[in-house]
Every structure is written in C-alpha cells, then in structure tokens.
Design a protein around this ligand. Sequence first.
Ligand SMILES: Cc1cc2nc3c(=O)[nH]c(=O)nc-3n(C[C@H](O)[C@H](O)[C@H](O)COP(=O)(O)O)c2cc1C
Length: 139
Amino acid sequence: MNIVIGYESYHGNTRMMAYALERGAREAGANTTIKNIRQIKPFDVKRADTIVIATPTYHQKPPSSMRYFMKYYDNFDFSNKTAFALGSYEELGEATEQMMNFFRSKGATVLEPPIKVKGKPSKADLESCQKKGAEITTH
Ligand SMILES: Cc1cc2nc3c(=O)[nH]c(=O)nc-3n(C[C@H](O)[C@H](O)[C@H](O)COP(=O)(O)O)c2cc1C
C-alpha cells in the first residue's frame, strides 16, 4: 500500500496533522511518502494507492500551491485511487471539501468525512490523525 501525502501549511498546523497521519500509516505497514505539495511529482501520484491532501483554508479556498496541483492534474485519471483530505482552519475550512470535490470529479474513491481541526491541533487531534493513517492503510 503506497500512501502519498501532500501538504501545505503556512503556520505549521496542517503540517502537524499530515505528519501524524503519516506516522499512523507507516506504523500500520504502509509505504509512505510525505512532502510539501509543491514537491509532489507525477511519479509520486502515479504510484499512490491512496493520496492524502492536507490543506489549510485561506480566503475560503486552498492555498495557491494546492490550486496549482489541481490545475496540473486536471486531466489525470484518479479512478484507481483512494483520496482523503484533512486540514486546519478557523472559520469554515472550505479547502478540505474543495480538494475532496476535485478528487471525486477525477474518479477517485473519496474517504469521508475529512478531518478538520480548528486552529492548532491538540494531542487528541493528532492522535485522531494518526489513527486515520492506520485506518486508511488497513481498510
Ligand atoms: C489571511 C488568513 C486568511 C484565512 N482565511 C480563512 C478562511 O477563509 N476560512 C477558514 O476556515 N480559515 C481561514 N484562516 C485560518 C487558517 O486556515 C488557520 O489559521 C489554519 O490553522 C492555518 O493552518 P496552517 O498553519 O497549516 O497554515 C485564515 C487565516 C489567515 C491568516
């Protein structure tokens, strides 16, 4: 099981969540790749069984790096892949749903619900992310 995690995070909140999920997945036996979304290469996406996007919300949308990712993979077929989204937010956290909609529109099986954490993740929040990583690996 190859799990590729692409994150963006300007203040570290979403990054902490992404790393917690990665740890849970790795400890459950997945081959994991975790990188800033800008560093995710087509090679990473192609070999992913599951792609996890960790995105904060800024101005009601994902950051520009995430929007670039969606543009770049606009014609990519995700139909043999599973996708999951998580992220930190303060108001509505629309970015996670927008990323899920993107993957759904490209044929991916999207795991619901996303994990959304208001502000800085607590220890319990990070444990949930870690648990989700294990769940995704063994589902
Ligand atoms: C300029 C700015 C705009 C923001 N816009 C939104 C928003 O539209 N919706 C929302 O839910 N949170 C919004 N937030 C809150 C961030 O998503 C939140 O601080 C989050 O924890 C940042 O995660 P990060 O540390 O991973 O970047 C905004 C924060 C800033 C500083």
